[in-house]
Each structure stands twice: as structure tokens, then as C-alpha cells.
Write a protein that binds this ligand. Structure first.
Ligand code: FES
Length: 620
């Protein structure tokens, strides 16, 4: 742990992170994968972000005094948004203070509503009376009399008589919706698991969930191995049709990686693969097509029609998933050619359709998906944000994992927040947003995106920052974050002029898409009540920085902007846990209007304009 960093442990999950001094509790929680709800934008007026600091609580401020009783304050209750971290802390976060509450961390005993645990898979233990001369009721009927009517298939029917007799007519029936899919000897009701996947263009995240309690047991994340065939969806579509085995190559690598992730989750938790009965995938339309081995070439041509729209229920064998072969794989419904299951999952997880006022969800990944909800109508679009936010195509970019710079502060010098507090090895999306915002703020990068030469820097810039502005061998500017270490493995980290250009493209595309959706709804940015920022950064985007770089229009009061984390995974997990949520997802997918940006006459003009960073005078 470095001197200027503190250790914060979040209970009851026992997740520990290291953060720079002065980091707020919601930021630190986001680092630990917990999104604290901050409806008032952290101004201390809503009283929603309550946490209990169980060790070394700092003195309450005025707002805390107004919010809590004397006894509560003595017990360490504070508003998370009002508390900056200045020492090591242990923080207890009640479920009610989390964005999405039960749905984010589903409780052991769940209640109806967002946290309900009502999976399509359920298990019932039965003890049947064996048939006799007096009672020769058929086996299936005997079982139905105990657990209610169900359907089954011939393969299962062939197994049931033998299994019933082998286990003395005692065992566990496994039902998927109302279909009998398995009959297991003994009571196995406490062994019932599922896996939810967020299948991104650059990254894949999987969550192993106990389908009885709703509790998440473990999470795994990997690079999507398809990146070697191109780093955005268009490149993948092209690869799938450009050579004879292209499609199969793309399908195989993602299927194999998913299988490895499931196996890794099983090894980590001791869960047997046969006790996993369901896998849910939410990804963009191209990723879902490729996973299923469906030729995506039509997604690369006008009018970009997908092969399917409703969710798919598939046997695990067809997708080569190493789970119980009698289980189910559910692939999310899609909205259109470029707005897929991940967006449906995001709308589902945030319940965007029922939020008050015009509300915008921006899910930032390799594609920037944007959804606007207004008066019960939903519009969605996808922009090619480029993989910059996920660390690809940036010279020192990386995902939000160990060793990634996830926070950058430029004051007298450079201060870096690094995940797991180790020597930095690269920079992830949130760090990049911080860095570009700070460079703009200090005038080191111009609003046009040009990195100024060292002899053209603004006067008054601290010397320690000015000397970091250098030129590479070809005369291109770069800003040095860390110097090379003594060993070859520790290379210098710098942001180059090309990186800034790549980053501008990503921001501009999202910003232009947003402008077009707002126009469709007859709104302007200042009408927005709420802006939700999602994305699997593994970290927290600082709102003011998102506005400085123009990712979010400056007209929006920053208190209306909320980080919501990986909503695609949250939605996939919810669909795994609740048939009602799954039905809702199907309905949302059909209801949402797909706006095809490439068809929009104004898109190019909007994009060109949005490429410029906002004039920094606005923020000074
Ligand atoms: S009081 Fe902390 S977010 Fe509203």
C-alpha cells in the first residue's frame, strides 16, 4: 500500500480496495463492484446513500447531523457521498443504499419485486410410494400427483422408470418452467446453479449464481478472444464472411472461452458443472449471432436486419456449454441489428422505462449504446465508440483489472489511483477519462484535441507537469505518466497524440448519437432529468470529467448524472433469477424503437461537431 492510499473494506461482502486519499465512499465502493445509489447526485439532500462506518468513522458534518440521530451518528452512520476517505475504513453498506437494491446483490431470503428469486429452473425433492399390485399408477403420473403436471420429452421418459427404481422412488425432480428435465437420486435441492454472461465485444464477464438463494458466488472476466480477428463488430462481421472458416473460428473461440470461464467458476467455488442448469447470455446483436454460429453478414449491410429478435432457448449441447446437458441456454432478445441483448439487459436492470422524466442511459463499451426513455416511449441507438474505453487501441490501454490506472489527478504533479495498489501497467477507461479531462483542464490538450508542444504550454503550468510533455522520435506529442522501471518489464506509460485522437472519436460518436435521440424525442439535453452511465469499467466515472471531455453534455447538472456499473451483467443475472424479469425483457425489446444512426442525415454533421472537446472555460 502506498503512503497516500487507504484500505477500505466493504461489508457484508468483505471486499477490500485501495484508494487515494480524498476519494469518496461511492467511488471506492464502485471500485469494489458495488454501486451506491446517489439519486441527488451526492449533494446530501436525498439521504439515500446511508452507510455505517464500523471502524474509525470520521466526525460527522452538518449534513450528517441533519440526517441521523445522535445515537445513529455514534454508531458510525454517515452519508457516503459526504465522506471522503482519509484513513483505513470498514464500511457496512445496507442493501437499501445500493443502486437497484436487491437486484444488485440479491439477498438470501428474497421478497417480491426487483430482488425476487423466481428462476425458470427449480428443484423439488419427492418421496413416492413404489407401485404395488393394488396401485400400478404409471411412473410419470405418480410423479405428477406429487409435484403437479409437467411436460417432458422422450429422452427423459426413457430415464425416469430406471432412475426411480434405482433410487428407491426418492429423488429430486428438476423442472425448467413446466418441463421435467432431470430426475436425480437423493435430495439435491440445495445444488442448483446458473451462470449469467455479459458478452462484450472486448470483454466477457460471467457470474455464477445460486438459483435458490439468488446469491452470487463468484465472478470471472476475460478478454473476448475474438479480438484477434478485429476489435469492433464490423471487423468481426467482415472476418466471418471473408474466409471459409471465419464464422466457425469466431464461434469456436467465444464458445471455448465461455466454457473455460464456467469451468474456472466451478473450480473456484467447488460447484459441480452438472449442478449448473442454466446459462444466460446478453451481448450485442453481432456477438449473440456469432455465439450461436449464425452468419452475421446481413448485419453489415443495409438495412442491417438481424436473423432473430426474440430470446432463444437452446440445449447446452448445441452451444457446447459444459453444464448439465439437460439444462438450458437462454440468449437475450435483441432490439435491432446494432442494438442487442446487452441493451435490453441494461434497460431491464435500470428499469429505465418506469423512471420519472426524460432519462438517458449510456452504456459505454466498444459500442456505445444509448437509450432514451420519455413518457413511456423508449428509443435506442448504438454508436461505434471504438474500443478506447475498454483499453484497446490506446497505446497503454488495458481493462479495469489489477495494475490499471483507474484514477488520475493532476495538481502540483501526477497522482494515480491504481487497482490493487500495485505498480501500474496500463490505463483503463475511467483513468483515461480522468487523464484527458485533466489535460484539457490544464490546457495541455486543446479543445481540438491537439497536444500542445512543450514550448507552447500555458503559463503558470507547474514545472512537474510541463516536463512530462514530451515528443516521441517522430515528433508527436505525448504526456508521460510514469517512467520506465529498472527492469525491462516495467515500461514507461504515456498518453500519445494518437491516443487522444482515438479517444475523441469514441466520445464524439456517443455524443452525436445522444443528440440525435434527443432530437427524435423533441428534447434537448437540458430537459434530461437523469443520465445513467453504465459500462464494465470496473470503476467509477467522475461525472465532471465525463462532462469536461464532452461525453455528457455540459448543460446537464452533474447532480443528475449517476454511475450504474455493468448493467448488462446485472440484467442478465436478473433474467437468470426471475422468469418475470425475463418476460419483461422480451416485452422491452419489442417496445423499444431502434434508431439507425447511419440512416440519419444529421449524424455526420453531429459527429464532426461532437469531435471537438467542450470549451474548458465552461468549467473554470
Ligand atoms: S444524500 Fe448522498 S447521494 Fe443523496
Amino acid at each position: 500500500v502506498r503512503e497516500d492510499e487507504f484500505q477500505v473494506t466493504f461489508q457484508p461482502w468483505n471486499r477490500t480496495v485501495f484508494v487515494l486519499a480524498g476519494t469518496s465512499i461511492p467511488e471506492a465502493a464502485a471500485r469494489a463492484g458495488l454501486i451506491i445509489d446517489t439519486p441527488c447526485g451526492g449533494t446530501g439532500t436525498c439521504g439515500k446513500c446511508r452507510v455505517q462506518i464500523t471502524q474509525r468513522a470520521s466526525n460527522p458534518n452538518e449534513v450528517d447531523h441533519r440526517t441521523f440521530s445522535g445515537e445513529e451518528l455514534r454508531c458510525g452512520w454517515r452519508l457516503a457521498c459526504q465522506t471522503a476517505i482519509v484513513c483505513n475504513l470498514v464500511v457496512h453498506v445496507p442493501t437499501a443504499s445500493l443502486f437497484g437494491g436487491d437486484q444488485q446483490i440479491v439477498r438470501e431470503t428474497s421478497v417480491a419485486g426487483r430482488g425476487e428469486v423466481l428462476p425458470s429452473i427449480h428443484k423439488v425433492y419427492v418421496e413416492l410410494t413404489p407401485p404395488t399390485l393394488r396401485d400400478s399408477t404409471a411412473d410419470l403420473l405418480r410423479l405428477e400427483m406429487k409435484i403437479g403436471s409437467f411436460q417432458t420429452d422422450l429422452a427423459m421418459l426413457r430415464q425416469v422408470p430406471r432412475r426411480l427404481r434405482a433410487h428407491g422412488f426418492k429423488g429430486t425432480a428438476v423442472l425448467s418452467d413446466c418441463r421435467l428435465i432431470e430426475f436425480e437420486g437423493g435430495d439435491t435441492t440445495n445444488r442448483c446453479f446458473g451462470v449469467a454472461f455479459d458478452l462484450g465485444t472486448t470483454t466477457m464477464v460471467a457470474s455464477l449464481v445460486n438459483l435458490r438463494s439468488g446469491r452470487e458466488l463468484a465472478i470471472a472476466s476475460r478478454m473476448n478472444p475474438q479480438v484477434v480477428f478485429g476489435d469492433d463488430v464490423l471487423a468481426r462481421i467482415k472476418h466471418s464472411s471473408s474466409c471459409a472458416h471465419g464464422l466457425d473460428q469466431l464461434r469456436r473461440v467465444v464458445v471455448e472461452e465461455s466454457a473455460r470461464m464456467i469451468q474456472a467458476l466451478c473450480e473456484q467455488t467447488g460447484v459441480r458443472p452438472d449442478d449448473i442448469y442454466e446459462v444466460v447470455f446478453a451481448g450485442n446483436t453481432t456477438m449473440q449471432h456469432l455465439l450461436c454460429g449464425i452468419d452475421p453478414s446481413q448485419l453489415g449491410e443495409i438495412p442491417f436486419a438481424p436473423a432473430y429478435a426474440r430470446g432463444l432457448r437452446l440445449p447446452p449441447g448445441e452451444l457446447e456449454m459444459p453444464i448439465n446437458p439437460r439444462g438450458v441456454v437462454y440468449v437475450f432478445p435483441v432490439i435491432g441489428g446494432f442494438v442487442g441483448g446487452d441493451t435490453v439487459a441494461g434497460i431491464l436492470a435500470t428499469q429505465l422505462d418506469s423512471m420519472d422524466g426524460p432519462v438517458l442511459l449510456i452504456d459505454i463499451g466498444t459500442n456505445g449504446e444509448i437509450v432514451l426513455g420519455h413518457n413511456g416511449t423508449l428509443w435506442a441507438a448504438s454508436t461505434a465508440a471504438g474500443p478506447a474505453f475498454e483499453g484497446a487501441r490506446i497505446s497503454c490501454g488495458m481493462r479495469g483489472t489489477r495494475g490499471a490506472i483507474e484514477q488520475v489527478i493532476l495538481d502540483e504533479d501526477v497522482r494515480l489511483g491504481v487497482i490493487d495498489s500495485v505498480t501500474p501497467v496500463g490505463i483503463c477507461g475511467s483513468g483515461l477519462i480522468d487523464l484527458v479531462a485533466e489535460l484539457l483542464h490544464h490546457g495541455i490538450v486543446s479543445p481540438a484535441g491537439r497536444m500542445l508542444p512543450s514550448d507552447g504550454l500555458p503559463t503558470g503550468l507547474p514545472e512537474s507537469l510541463a516536463k512530462r510533455v514530451q515528443q516521441d522520435d517522430e515528433g508527436h506529442g505525448r504526456f508521460v505518466l510514469t517512467d520506465a522501471g529498472p527492469d525491462v518489464a516495467t515500461k514507461a506509460l504515456a498518453l500519445t497524440q494518437r491516443d487522444v485522437r482515438e479517444f475523441q472519436l469514441g466520445c464524439g460518436a456517443i455524443r452525436a448519437g445522444m443528440a440525435i435521440l434527443l432530437r427524435k424525442a423533441g428534447l434537448s439535453a437540458s430537459n434530461l432529468e437523469t443520465v445513467l452511465i453504465g459500462g464494465g469499467f470496473g470503476s467509477f466515472i467522475r461525472r465532471i470529467h465525463a462532462q469536461r471531455i464532452g461525453l455528457i453534455p455540459w448543460e446537464i447538472d452533474h447532480r443528475r448524472i449517476r454511475n450504474v456499473g455493468n448493467v448488462s451483467l446485472a440484467g442478465a443475472r436478473w433474467a437468470l433469477l426471475s422468469v418475470k424479469a425475463r418476460e419483461r425483457g422480451e416485452e422491452l425489446a419489442r417496445r423499444t424503437q431502434h434508431v439507425e444512426l447511419s440512416n440519419d442525415a444529421d449524424f455526420q454533421a453531429e459527429f464532426a461537431e461532437a469531435m471537438l472537446f467542450p470549451d474548458q472555460q465552461t468549467y473554470r
